[in-house]
Structure formats: structure tokens, C-alpha cells
Write a protein that binds this ligand. Structure first.
Ligand code: GAL
Length: 414
């Protein structure tokens, strides 16, 4: 009897030690830089701890355009991944097509409605159904600076456009590349988020990029924004064209350039290189936008698995929204938590600033979806703006022509 009982209990032990789920989760994403991969590992390890295997489907290409192209091909072939990294209006597009699973059961069980900011819920729900799990909140109106380069040239953190241009000119005169930039449309658009906000303020940004008001799009303020982009273009190095964003970040990390204007995923690269905020690098809001936040939240959209949400998808969603994961992941990623009840204790000074800025902007009406990262308008409009902004940056249009082209491109894309 004894031996039988022992065998049965060992067998039981063996069974419960087996992975909780027979299948892996296949996740399509574009987190392929050093800092992004480090953050992704936090999620992989979290799932492995629950016996959920991870089938990685990385598609390189900052901003996710290439990933969305691969996704469309996969869905067309009837082979959708379990979960996909997705932004803003892309989630709503797929959700409105009925392609995404209903996560309401796990959302209700875990009280997502009470802790996920309204600005994120706007992009995570379709017809009252949760269709994706918010992972973080990034924002694009940041500047990253090499502290010793600024100190060596007597430059203080600029708070106005004029102070910024003076700092750039000081670095240029000293023979230092003032601005590290990657010449790709999504990166120019990311810079344009902040430059336009700086040139025209929140009302202008909302009218032009969210409301698509033709007067705002065609205004003298928009021309000023393009003029400022021309100044930036004149102060990047000769090899900027086609450079990946994280290689531009590396130029600031290594002291080869003074500034990079980029979303706070750049912070993940500094951390991955062992750099310390306030000591090796500085993070500050793009001059003239210190009251505003232009945000983009990464979410994992779960594709419908034959009319239901799989156990793996529910477990993945639950892991993503757990407070412990929200802290551990975002500390590494450079973003801030997608829920409002996570402590900033484990975040560095840039992370603490990001969390403070988000809460302040949300309560003061200064929180706006990033045009560049799919949180202001659907992809057709976003891409039409990309085309004009990058054509201007590459000298195909002067600023006045760029304004005209922007008005007509947006009109056609709507
Ligand atoms: C953004 C995304 C970030 C980061 C960045 C660079 O769209 O939200 O997580 O991946 O692109 O690729």
C-alpha cells in the first residue's frame, strides 16, 4: 500500500511539475535592439515561470512598420500569431475587423478598468471588449544627452527652442556632432511630434495631428515646425541616412554626439550599456514641451483562436498586467507602467520623471497621442504624414512646399 501511495504521489508530482500549458505562445514583435531584448527577457522569464513557452517572432524595424506588414501576410495566410506587439489605431483597426480575442474575462477578474489609464483603454477596447493587454506607456517628446559632452562645452539643459539652438551651435563650433539621428521616416516623424508641439503648443498639436484641421496643418506655425526640422537636419552627421535609432543612441552613449531626440525606449539602450542617468546621461523633455506628453503605449493584441481566448493568451495578458511585471519590465524598457497603481520605487530618475509627467499631463489635459507612433490617427494618415516629413528632411521640399504637401496628403489619406 505504502509503495503504491508513494508511486501515485510521485506521479502526481511529476504531472503538476509539467508545464501548465501544452503549447507555447507565439509572439510577433519588433523589440530587437539590446535594450528592447533585455526588457523582453523579463516577459519571457515571467511566462517560463508559469510553464508557458515562448515562440519568438521578431521582425526588426523601429516603429513597427515592417512588423505590421509581416502580420498582414500571416493573417492573410490564416496563420495569425498568438499575440502581437501593436500600437494605438492599429489595434482598433484589427479589433474592428473582429480579428482579436475578447479579454473581458481576465480584465474583469483582475480589475483592469480601475487601474489602466483612460487614454490607454481608448486603444485597448472595441465595443466595450478588451482586445489587447497594455504593456507600457512610452512618450516621444524626450531629449537624451551625453553629460560629459555638455559639461565640457559649458551647456546647461536647454528649456526653450532658442536655448536648444544655441547649445547645438556651441557643439557644432567645437567640432562635436550636435545631434545623433537615424534617417528613417518613423524617426523623423518621432522628432516632428516634439518639434511641432514645441513650435505651436498643445492646442496646435491637437488641431493639426489629432483633429486634422486643414487650417492648422497649413498654418504658418506648421511652416515654423518644418523650419525647425531644417535646423535639425543641418546639425546631424553626414552618415545619418538609414541609421537605426539604437545606433544613433549609441553615438550619444559613446560621446560621439551631444543630443538625440527620441522616445524613451532610448533610455533602455543607456541602461543596457551600464550608463547612469544624471551621471553619464541626461533625460529632459524636448524644449518647450515640458508640460506635455506625446505618448505611445505598446500593447499585445491577442488574435482570436477560433472564437475564444486560449488559456495561454489569458495567462500572457494576466502576466503583462501584473504589478510586479509592470515594474520589472518598464524599469528596463525605459517606459512607464500601463497601470496607475505601480510604485516608482524601482525606477531611476528618468523613469520617476516619466511617471510624474504622465500623471500630471493626464490630469491637466496635456496628454496627447503620438502622431508618429500611431496614437493620433489611423495608419493611412500617419504614413501620409511620414512621407511629407521625411521628404522635407531629405531636402525634397522647402518648408512652404512641405506645408502644402502635408495639407493635400492628409486630405487624400482620410
Ligand atoms: C515604438 C515602440 C517602442 C520601441 C520603438 C522603437 O513604436 O512603442 O517599444 O520599439 O518603437 O522600435
Amino acid at each position: 500500500m505504502m509503495m503504491k501511495t508513494l508511486k501515485a504521489s510521485v506521479a502526481g508530482l511529476a504531472l503538476c511539475a509539467a508545464p501548465a500549458f501544452a503549447e507555447d505562445v507565439e509572439v510577433l514583435h519588433w523589440w530587437t535592439s539590446g535594450g528592447e531584448a533585455a526588457a523582453l527577457n523579463v516577459l519571457k522569464q515571467d511566462l517560463e515561470g508559469q510553464g508557458i513557452g515562448w515562440m519568438d517572432m521578431p521582425v526588426a524595424g523601429g516603429g513597427g512598420e515592417q512588423a505590421m506588414t509581416v502580420l498582414r501576410a500571416r493573417v492573410t495566410a490564416g496563420d495569425a500569431p498568438t499575440a502581437v506587439q501593436m500600437l494605438g489605431f492599429d489595434i482598433l483597426d484589427w479589433g474592428n475587423q473582429g480579428a482579436l480575442a475578447n479579454l473581458n474575462a481576465v480584465a474583469a477578474q483582475e480589475g483592469w478598468d480601475a487601474v489602466v489609464p483612460a487614454a490607454l483603454q481608448e486603444f485597448a477596447k472595441v465595443d466595450g471588449k478588451w482586445v489587447s493587454a497594455p504593456v507600457n506607456v512610452h512618450s516621444t517628446n524626450w531629449v537624451w544627452a551625453n553629460k560629459s559632452v555638455l559639461d565640457a562645452n559649458g551647456i546647461a539643459v536647454p528649456t526653450t527652442w532658442e536655448e536648444f539652438t544655441a547649445a547645438v551651435e556651441t557643439l557644432s563650433a567645437a567640432g562635436v556632432t550636435p545631434i545623433a539621428h537615424g534617417g528613417q521616416a518613423w524617426q523623423e516623424a518621432t522628432v516632428f511630434d516634439a518639434v511641432a508641439m514645441s513650435a505651436g503648443g498643445p492646442d496646435f498639436y491637437k488641431s493639426a495631428f489629432i483633429d486634422l484641421d486643414a487650417e492648422a496643418l497649413g498654418s504658418d506655425t506648421m511652416k515654423e515646425a518644418f523650419d525647425r526640422m531644417a535646423f535639425i537636419r543641418a546639425n546631424v552627421d553626414d552618415n545619418f541616412s538609414g541609421r537605426d535609432w539604437n545606433l544613433a543612441t549609441a553615438m550619444v552613449i559613446n560621446g560621439e554626439a551631444g543630443f538625440q531626440m527620441m522616445g524613451d525606449w532610448a533610455k533602455g539602450e543607456f541602461l543596457n550599456a551600464g550608463k547612469v542617468p544624471g551621471q553619464d546621461f541626461l533625460c529632459f523633455r524636448f524644449p518647450g514641451t515640458v508640460e506635455q506628453v506625446t505618448f505611445n503605449a505598446d500593447q499585445f493584441a491577442m488574435f482570436d483562436q477560433g472564437g475564444t481566448v486560449s488559456d495561454q493568451q489569458a495567462a500572457l495578458a494576466s502576466s503583462i498586467l501584473s504589478p510586479s511585471f509592470q515594474s520589472a519590465f518598464n524599469v528596463v524598457k525605459g517606459s512607464v507602467p500601463a497601470r496607475t497603481d505601480v510604485s516608482d520605487a524601482d525606477f531611476d530618475d528618468c523613469g520617476k520623471q516619466g511617471m510624474k509627467d504622465l500623471a500630471a499631463a493626464a490630469s491637466s489635459g496635456n496628454l496627447f497621442g503620438s502622431m508618429a507612433h500611431g496614437h493620433a490617427n489611423p495608419a493611412a494618415v500617419k504614413n501620409a504624414m511620414y512621407d511629407v516629413i521625411t521628404a522635407h528632411f531629405n531636402g525634397e521640399y522647402d518648408s512652404a512646399t512641405a506645408v502644402e504637401e502635408l495639407v493635400s496628403a492628409v486630405e487624400i489619406a482620410q
